[in-house]
Design a protein around this ligand. Structure first.
Ligand SMILES: [Zn+2]
Length: 72
């Protein structure tokens, strides 16, 4: 599942996103990757609460759309 976040990333966001998408991270083990994503999520929760809020509100909506497509 992909989430499209519409927000202004701060300096720390950019650093974390760069770390997460670096080749080192792509070949890292699952534990390391989970640790890094958790770090980013924690940063979002504390510094960009509106983003977390938007994702939460958007999730059930996306699911409904998918179900609707399925029955078409
Ligand atoms: Zn940030």
């Amino acid at each position: 599942m992909k989430l499209y976040l519409d927000f202004e990333p701060c300096q720390e966001c950019n650093t974390l996103i760069k770390e997460l998408s670096s080749p080192d991270m792509l070949f890292a083990d699952a534990k390391t990757r989970n640790h890094e994503s958790a770090k980013f999520l924690r940063h979002l929760t504390y510094n960009h609460n509106e983003v977390v809020q938007a994702v939460m509100e958007d999730l059930p909506k996306q699911k409904k759309d998918q179900e609707f497509d399925f029955f078409k």
